[in-house]
Design a protein around this ligand. Sequence first.
Ligand code: FES
Length: 120
Amino acid sequence: MATEAALHYTAAEFVPIKIEGLKEGDTKYWCRCGLSKTQPWCDGSHKGTGIAPMPWKVEKTQEAYYLCACKQTKNAPFCDGSHVKAKEEIGERAVKCKNKYNHKDCKMCTGCGWNPKLQF
Ligand code: FES
């Protein structure tokens, strides 16, 4: 089985999510897989994917945080602008994915980041 570092995450959206009201010291569980219906937070949808949510302790109280929803950021849980190319990159991986013929039977493909809601 692949380690989580070798897995690809799928995108929930291709724009960051603005979150207000977080307080210093709050602990949140940021959805890592991209399947949660309560973005950007984990709702347990990752079960069976081999991917776990990322615990995040809020460093400071501030008006708003812009958290990544494309799940391709290199600075989780924050948006780093990776969403600009995320759809294209997932699409390119999906075309080359060795599991592409099994995509219709899965909720997401950790080999490329494809999920049934993404249209290319
Ligand atoms: S939403 Fe993922 S990097 Fe911006």
